[in-house]
Design a binder for this molecule. Structure first.
Ligand SMILES: [Zn+2]
Length: 171
C-alpha cells in the first residue's frame, strides 16, 4: 500500500509550517524592537545592560566572599591566620548560632540588589542570588540534616508581591 498524503493534507502541513516560521520571526523582531524601545537596565546603576541583572562595572564591584574567612561568622580575613582561628568579633561576642556564611559583602551594589529583590518586585534576581548563596553555603548545607526556610509572614510576603506556594506558607 502507498501511504502518500493527499495534496490538501500536504498543503495544510506546509501552510502550518510557514505560519510557525512567520510567528517565530515576528516574535524575534518584536523582541528586538522591545529591546531598543525599552532596554534592560542594570539593577544597580540603571545603565542599559545586555541580558539581565547587573552590568560588567557593577559586577566587578560585587565583593564575593572567598577563603580565608572566619569559620564561625564567615566574615573575610585580610590575611590567612591559619586553620580554625576565629575572628575577633566571633571571640568577643560569640553568636548564638554555630556557623554562618554570606555570598557577598553587603556593600553598595549588593545592598541595591537585595533591596531590588525584597522591595522592588525584582524576583527575577532570585535564581542568580540563590545560586550565589548555595555556593557560599555549600559546606554547611553538605553537613546539614535539613534545610529549614525562614518563614515570612504572609502580609509581608503579600506586600512584597511574592507568590508563596501553599507548602511554603507558615502561619
Ligand atoms: Zn551597573
Amino acid at each position: 500500500m502507498n501511504a502518500e498524503p493527499s495534496p490538501s493534507r500536504s498543503i495544510s502541513s506546509h501552510l502550518r509550517l510557514t505560519m510557525s516560521v512567520c510567528r517565530g520571526a515576528w516574535r524575534h523582531a518584536a523582541r528586538i524592537a522591545l529591546d531598543i524601545a525599552l532596554p534592560t537596565l542594570c539593577v544597580a546603576c540603571r545603565e542599559p545592560v545586555h541580558g539581565d541583572g547587573v552590568c560588567a562595572d557593577c559586577w566587578a564591584k560585587l565583593s564575593f566572599i572567598a577563603p580565608p574567612f572566619c569559620p564561625r561568622l564567615g566574615i573575610p580575613f585580610v590575611y590567612d591566620p591559619g586553620p580554625g582561628l576565629l575572628s575577633m568579633e566571633a571571640i568577643s561576642d560569640p553568636p548564638a548560632y554555630g556557623r554562618a556564611r554570606a555570598a557577598v559583602r553587603y556593600d553598595d551594589v549588593a545592598r541595591t540588589l537585595v533591596h531590588a529583590l525584597k522591595y522592588q518586585d525584582r524576583t527575577d534576581l532570585a535564581p542568580a542570588m540563590g545560586r550565589w548563596m548555595a555556593r557560599a553555603g555549600r559546606e554547611l548545607i553538605g553537613e546539614a540534616d535539613a534545610l529549614i526556610p525562614v518563614p515570612l509572614h504572609w502580609r509581608r510576603g503579600w506586600s512584597r508581591r511574592y507568590k508563596l506556594a501553599k507548602s511554603a506558607r507558615f502561619y
